[in-house]
Design a protein around this ligand. Structure first.
Ligand SMILES: [Zn+2]
Length: 342
């Protein structure tokens, strides 16, 4: 039945009608607020490329966590800027690591707030890669000719040895009060290794939210400033996914599910809405999406120029991620969105 019997505008005539037939709704209950914790006291240093986002010392992080919770946002995810970096990412897994300190302090003051702990090594490694690095030698004469010394192929990110550090980090974070372990490194087999380590440490009830399909994206730029995690050489394309591959993303997710992930994530969000939608169709686990720093920075920058209506674009961007199928959204807009939704 077409026009003139069918007129879709009939149900758009008023906000009451539009609200009644709305297919997708946002709620603060689905938002997670990312926070960057740094050493010191009373530190609240704004990230240049992410206005409104700060590096916070533990005492300030507690204040921020309390405020976030009071706005109805149920969860935060913690990233750490350690005092010192080294080749073994000691700051990631040591008992007095910066995220461990923050988790203990926040759990003590805001016990009902769910704390997710990002598990990766890049913020703690002197070279800024997500895993252990070792020199690699060209495999063949052809490869040696194709890749002269000094370029990307003369090092390698060692997968299996890295798993041990990721597992150690996860156990340490869970012991410090982190409720959900969220590995973001993209090493093969890390979900299984982490599950195994948690179970052996008596932490069988700690869930894993895996960054299952994490793409090598230029949209992470501002985050690297926020978390001081820019690789000192090369890039992350040997472990993060190629942005062109949706089918491979399904394989990545499937493997993480088999290894014991309780929840899965697609990252970034807006440039990968089709991947979110495909994952929603195919998997029945809770699905998260990370609206990353570059997505946030673009909206903030345009709004600061009065080129767009910040609040409306913010809400529309979150709605698009929700509509694509993500039930959980990690976003730097979490607090502001929750205020608008209140
Ligand atoms: Zn990393």
């Amino acid at each position: 039945m077409g026009f003139p019997i069918t007129r879709l505008r009939r149900l758009r005539q008023s906000e009451q009608l539009r609200s009644m037939v709305r297919e997708t709704r946002l709620s603060p209950a689905s938002l997670v607020y990312p926070m960057f914790v740094c050493p010191g006291e009373g530190v609240r240093k704004e990230v240049r490329s992410m206005p409104g986002v700060f590096n916070l010392s533990v005492d300030e992080a507690v204040i921020e966590a309390r405020q976030t919770h009071s706005l109805g946002v149920p969860a935060i995810i913690l990233f750490g800027l350690p005092e010192k970096k080294d080749e073994l990412a000691t700051g990631a897994w040591t008992e007095d690591g910066i995220v461990q300190q923050a988790a203990r302090a926040i759990k003590g003051e805001v016990p009902k707030l769910v704390i997710m702990g990002d598990v990766c090594l890049c913020e703690y490694m002197s070279h800024g890669h997500c895993g252990i690095v070792r020199p690699a030698h060209p495999q063949s004469l052809g490869a040696a000719v194709a890749a002269p010394p000094g370029v990307a192929s003369d090092y390698e990110i060692v997968n299996d040895a890295t798993l041990e550090l990721l597992a150690r980090t996860s156990v340490s974070l869970a012991r410090a009060g982190v409720d959900i372990i969220a590995p973001s490194d993209m090493m093969d087999g890390r979900v299984g290794a982490i599950r195994n380590a948690l179970d052996h440490a008596g932490l069988a009830n700690t869930p894993i939210l895996s960054y299952a399909a994490k793409f090598a994206s230029a949209f992470y730029g501002p985050f690297r400033e926020a978390a001081d995690s820019t690789p000192q050489f090369g890039d992350r394309r040997s472990y993060q996914m190629d942005g062109a591959n949706r089918r491979e993303a399904m394989r990545e997710i499937e493997l993480d599910v088999e290894e014991g992930a309780d929840m899965i994530m697609v990252k970034p969000a807006m440039p990968y809405l089709d991947v979110i939608a495909a994952a929603r169709e195919r998997f029945d686990l809770p699905l998260a999406a990370y609206q990353v720093s570059g997505e946030y920075a673009m909206i903030e920058a345009a709004a600061r120029n009065n080129w767009i209506d910040r609040d409306r674009v913010m809400m529309e961007s979150l709605l698009s991620i929700r509509r694509a199928g993500a039930s959980i959204i990690l976003t730097y807009f979490a607090k502001d969105a929750a205020k608008l939704l209140a």
